[in-house]
Structures are given as C-alpha cells and as structure tokens.
Design a protein around this ligand. Structure first.
Ligand code: NAD
Ligand code: WQD
Length: 330
C-alpha cells in the first residue's frame, strides 16, 4: 500500500516509516520540518535502502495538501503531525489549537475529497488525564490537563463524529504511552530542539555532558520510591503497532500502545546507569504541575485484536537511546 505520513520526519513518524518500508509498503512523507530535519528522511532511506517520497509542506496549507493527494494515489494516512510540548501549549494555547486542530480539519477534508478514508491517528495517554484506576483501559474516563491534551481529546472526538456520520471511514486511534529509544542502527532517534522537557532526552543530554544534572520532579508521591511512574515503550515496538493496526484497519477502533509495566523516574536513572556505565547526577525538585503520580497501560486489547505486544524492555530503550545520542555527538 502507499501510505502518507503527516509528520513523518519526526520521532515516531520516522521509525514508523522505516517499519512500513521494511514491511513492503511505499511511503510518502509530508512534514514542514518545524520540529525535525531532512536528515531523518535521509536516515530512513539509509536504513532501508529504499526511496521515500518527501514533501516539505505545512498541512495548514490545504491547497498544497490537496495537490499531494492529487499527485499520489494514497491508500491510507498515518497522522503524526502536531506540536507536542505540554509546557509550550500552556504558554501558547492558540499556537496549539491552530496547528493541531486546523491541520487535522484540513487533512480530513482533503482525504474526504480524495476518497481516501483510511486513517491511523497518533493519540496519547494524555487523554486519560489523572487516572483514578490503574492500569488504564481504552474505556477509562477521559480528560485534559492542558491545551495539548485538549487538542488530542478534540481530535479524537472529531474522528468519532466523522465515523458516526459515515461508516465508510476506517479510523484507528492509537494512544501512545511514553515512547523512548531509537532505531537499533542509531541513525534515527529523538533529538529535540533546545532544552528537553521529557525525561529520556534530558537524561541523554546529562549523560553526554551537555547538561549538568537532571531534576527529578517530586519524590513524595505514593509510589515505592516516591518518584512518579510511567509506561515507557520502545519506539520500534510502537512503530510495529502501526503496521499491525494498518493490517487490521476497519471501522472505528481505539488501542492503548504501552507495555503494561510502569517504571519510576529513579528506576529509569538506575537502569540507564547500569546499561551504559554513564553516571546521571540528579537533584530532587518540586513536583511538576499537572503530572500524574502513576500511569500505565492495560495493553490487552491491542494484544488480542491486533496481535501486537511490546517486545523490548527498559534496558533496550536505554541502550538504543544512548547509541543514538552517541552518533549525534560524533
Ligand atoms: P515530533 O515533533 O518528533 O514529530 C511531529 C512532526 O510533525 C515533526 O516532524 C513536525 O515538524 C511535524 N509538524 C508539526 N506541525 C506540522 C504541520 N502543521 N504541518 C506539517 N508538519 C508538521 O513528535 P513525535 O514524538 O514524533 O509525535 C508524533 C505524534 O505522536 C504527535 O501527534 C504527538 O502528539 C503524538 N504523541 C507523541 C508522544 C511522545 O511522547 N513523543 C506521546 C503520545 C503521542
Ligand atoms: C516522565 C516522568 C516527570 C523530566 C509527556 C506528555 C504526554 C506524552 C508523553 C505526548 C514524569 C519526570 C521528566 C525531567 C523528571 N506526550 N521527569 N525530570 O509527562 O509522562 O508525558 O510525554 O502525548 O502527553 O505529558 O513524560 O518524559 O515528560 O516525564 O523527573 O526533567 O519523568 O515528572 O514523572 P510525561 P515526561
């Protein structure tokens, strides 16, 4: 199949593009490179030995997007494009509502006009807000804690409404937990601009000597070591989840993509130190506003219906993240 990936030059999109090519699909990437670079497109080609069709295009530009659908016969879309920094979304909500919502509206209208109605959407565990019951299932209550999270909820609702009005659409919502790691080659990975917000990119910069120490946000949560617990999932497992979702696309479906196992911040630091031999100096800081104490997935729906399960563990995530970090330093 020919798959169009919006935001395909980004972190999760580039790994999924690689997996799609490995599985025999053709890949068209549309990305404005606002949070990525052409190097990742070249990286996908280097890893797979195959060509990617790339358009540097902002999907806020609907006529440019329509032209792409006119020129390429697209079988399905994977919609990764969006801004994703929680703190930035609080500071600049308009930027987030405009970029994440208008772009999705443009995409959906263009798909409808081009009669392409197969869509896999990048949702997030953020839609579970502060979960009261763990692990979270696809039926757990939904809420938003910040404008970024709200854009995901709105996009999910838009997609539900579109499907309800026209069952000719096939829409799969994938709720990612905490994606980390990199392709084993070390050629593509996560390389955020500026000072990272997320735990693993921050650990990488400290290990690389670019930042002095990690702040651990809170050690007084009701968890065994007092630090917050998350469900970290290797980006390569996440990419494989997209292939399984594509193979089984039909109707409206929602899946958690997580491992089902949570790790605390201190466990992540210790595992990273053990796997890489690099010391991570850290200091305990106050809790970060809006952080849930614990969240992890119940991934059994994806296991049963998609025949997918995460195979890589936290040590693989640490090893591959560090391998990528070393390649970008050298
Ligand atoms: P990323 O920033 O690496 O990739 C997103 C890509 O979209 C970037 O390459 C960016 O340049 C592009 N983009 C943004 N706005 C665009 C626009 N208007 N037009 C064209 N391209 C545009 O982020 P990622 O981590 O790969 O995330 C991909 C998707 O998964 C996002 O929708 C994100 O919200 C979602 N998600 C990410 C995480 C995570 O922790 N990384 C977790 C859950 C969900
Ligand atoms: C993980 C843990 C922090 C940085 C975010 C988004 C979520 C989703 C994934 C897109 C938390 C702690 C972090 C640091 C720390 N993205 N931490 N020091 O917050 O679970 O999820 O990314 O959809 O929407 O909210 O991930 O990596 O930021 O934090 O102690 O410097 O590490 O408090 O407990 P989070 P994260």
């Amino acid at each position: 199949m020919k798959i169009l990936l919006t935001g395909g030059a980004g972190y999760i999109g580039s790994h999924t593009a690689t997996e799609l090519l490995r599985s025999g699909h053709r890949v068209v990437i549309v990305d404005n490179l606002s949070n990525s670079s052409i190097d990742s497109v070249r990286g996908i080609e280097q890893i797979t030995g195959q060509k990617v069709i790339f358009y540097e295009c902002d999907i806020l530009d609907m006529s440019a997007l329509s032209n792409i659908f006119r020129d390429q016969k697209i079988d399905a879309v994977m919609h990764f494009a969006g801004l994703k920094a929680v703190g930035e979304s609080v500071a600049s909500p308009l930027l987030y509502y405009r970029n994440n919502l208008i772009s999705t509206l443009n995409l959906l209208k263009t798909m409808q006009d081009a009669d392409c109605r197969n869509l896999i959407f990048s949702s997030s565990a953020t839609v579970y807000g502060m979960p009261e019951t763990l692990p979270v299932t696809e039926d757990s209550p939904l809420s938003a804690l910040n404008p970024y999270g709200y854009t995901k909820l709105v996009q999910e609702n838009m997609l539900r409404d579109i499907w309800a009005a026209d069952n000719g659409w096939n829409i799969t919502l994938l709720r990612y937990f905490n994606p980390v790691g990199a392709d084993e080659s070390g050629i593509i990975g996560e390389n955020p601009r500026g000072i990272p917000n997320n735990l693993f990119p921050f650990i990488m910069r400290v290990a690389a000597g670019q930042l002095e120490q990690l702040g651990v946000f809170g050690d007084d949560y009701g968890t065994p070591d007092g630090t917050a617990i998350r469900d970290y999932i290797h980006v390569a497992d996440l990419a494989k989840g997209h292939i399984k979702a594509l193979e089984r696309i039909g109707g409206l479906s929602i899946y958690n993509l997580g491992t089902g196992r949570g790790y605390s911040v201190l466990e992540c630091i210790r595992m990273f130190e053990k796997v890489t031999g690099q010391k991570i100096p850290f200091a305990i800081k106050p809790r970060r506003a809006g952080d849930a104490p614990i969240i992890y997935a119940n991934p059994s729906k994806a296991v049963t219906e998609l025949d997918w399960r995460a195979e890589k563990d936290l040590s693989d995530m640490c090893r591959d993240s560090w391998n990528f970090q070393n390649k970008i330093i050298s």
